[in-house]
Design a binder for this molecule. Sequence first.
Ligand SMILES: C[S@@+](CC[C@H](N)C(=O)[O-])C[C@H]1O[C@@H](n2cnc3c(N)ncnc32)[C@H](O)[C@@H]1O
Length: 290
Amino acid sequence: MTVAQALDEGARRLSQSRPRSPRLDAEVLLAHVLESNRTLLYARSNAPLGETALERYRSLLAFREQGIPVAYLIGWREFYSRRFEVTPEVLIPRPETETLVEVGLEALKKSGLTRPRVLDLGTGSGVLAVTLALEHAGAEVTAVEIEPDAAQVALRNCRLHRTEVEVKIGDLFAPVSGRFDLIVSNPPYVGLDCGPEPEPNVRQYEPFTALFGGRTGLEVIERILSRAPEFLQEGGVLALEVAPHQSEGVEAMMIERGLTRTRLVSDLSGLPRVVAGYWEETGREDLGAR
Ligand SMILES: C[S@@+](CC[C@H](N)C(=O)[O-])C[C@H]1O[C@@H](n2cnc3c(N)ncnc32)[C@H](O)[C@@H]1O
């Protein structure tokens, strides 16, 4: 069997059970087995596949047919043009989370600080912490994760990308001290009571702690908002990823907690995805916020 025939077989099989992107999934799985990439597959489309490679490819197709996400099958996912290790202990990084990176980087740039302190709450695979550390030279980044196994993945990604992010295990602010110039978080924000899942197989395969923020989805967000003022520097920024339908409510909660100049930022699909605000004590009386 040639590479092209194997791809056709994969796309055909997956189109029955995974109709969203069967050909792309087949390409990624075959490229993984051949330690190649999707472009090279097409350059070698007439090359024969060895028996071991074919067997391995077919077994990955079978796992994919069951619904196991491609990223868990190949062990990595690209985020902000870099490759990050992912395992079933961590959420698979989503493209919309890159919006949170953009908002964070803009805040760091505006701060003009050479060594800003940055905190990433619920770091999972570490994508936010590592990307901010790499994209803003001089940033001192701390990442917190409640699940020890997920924290290990974050640590490995820090090493993979040679960053000095400090990874701490614990519940939100519990393991950190001092104040930060930027706090980012992509918290669990799916509500246990909130209808069907947005994407297939998410609930089944991705970690519960990474997805669910209590009954309404707002529990972890509320806990972050209630303590953020204690941990933000004067002029510091808090930026949270949320579900689009939560964005306006979370902005109102931020204002209630005393953050100022709040704003909603849309992701590449045009959906309001990030809520951000400043912590400004100076002039607070003038603003009537106390
Ligand atoms: C939605 S995932 C985000 C992971 C990663 N930051 C990303 O953007 O891909 C949320 C992460 O927060 C962690 N988490 C949930 N509750 C937490 C808590 N109370 N304290 C610290 N981390 C928490 C979960 O284990 C999970 O890794």
